[in-house]
Design a protein around this ligand. Sequence first.
Ligand SMILES: Cc1ncc(COP(=O)(O)O)c(C=O)c1O
Length: 405
Amino acid sequence: MPGTALRARDGRAARELWDLDPEFLHLNHGSFGAVPRAVLAVQAQYRRDMETNPVRWFSTLAEHLPGVRSDLADRLAVRPSDLVMVANASAGASVLYRHLAQRPGPVHVAVTDHGYGAVSMGAERLARETAGSCREIPVPLVARDDEVLDLLARHLATHRTDLLVIDQVTSATARRFPVVEASRLAHEHGAVVLVDGAHAPGALADPVVREADVWIGNLHKFWCAPRGSAVLVRNNPDLDLHPLVDSWGGQLAFPDRFDHQGTADVTAWFAAAAAFDHLEQELGWDRIREHAGEVMQLAEEEIGAALSAAGVEDPVADVGHPFAPMRLFRLPGDRVWDHDAVDALRVPFMNATACIAAFTELHGDGFLRVSAAPYTTAEDIAEMASHGIPTLADMTGRPLERTAS
Ligand SMILES: Cc1ncc(COP(=O)(O)O)c(C=O)c1O
């Protein structure tokens, strides 16, 4: 089928660029990404440099990191002086929260009910520690962009808001929010805006939201860099941000102070630009994004049909503003789900079917979330539809054993 299997420059299937276990069907790139073999080799070379002479590596690390930041800033089309490296998107959010916690007075925060749990919990802690408030703005799954903006406008008009935390792409609902307009709106009300762009790098052609005061993005998801590589872009120079870990860079200015992080393995940061270049050379990012759209169209049709056959009405969830490489499907059965119950499906489903997907929840509805990566093929989708879905229907029709996740 044209368009549903990507090929590398030498004609190999894209999947050959990764070391993924062929015994499993990998349809959950959105959670933890997957790192191509060539990128792991680049990281391994940096690790060798570190391990063959740790004193040289760590003594010169801060000299090399501005170059790393500058390479990534080029690829993200931002100024190197605005970009710092962090371990992950959660850490990026915490950097802003710690800064705001040190300002005098309470911090009143607004989040949406589609926000990522860890990031929203951090926002709640910030509010608690400053004797402020954290309010959740409920957003219907199907809300279109103008409806989302309307809900935000109403909230901002009626509740003092010092910080708005909003997702560029949501995790639980695989949808996009109008973050540029939301940032402008929040600024009219004097709020600082954190845009959580964890999923955006690699998946969107121009991921950085320059209207946000702070934008965070994971390079270890769709960008396919090694785990532990994420960026924070500060667009508002009034925010004097510090790294979470105090270090010898403490007296330096932003962004240089982030180049000192104590003794830590940051080889992932060094390999992050290589991840982008490798996939550009082997597959091409425009083609990767086009492929994701094609594969998810197929998923809507085939997985949707399999779920319909399992009795699910409207199996492809209307998420208002879809995100090209992820799709959300309604789970079979008539259960009311919560986060823990739905999350508890992940490992038993993988063990029972060798199919890997994410399971999410909003407002008591449970969803199967499927992601497209460059290595995803039409056969993967067909296998999920013919094999994964009938087993899933069987599993969601009986009581679940909860597992720690
Ligand atoms: C929207 C969103 N924000 C933040 C994160 C946290 O990313 P990390 O675990 O890399 O900190 C995720 C992870 O999936 C996410 O989906």
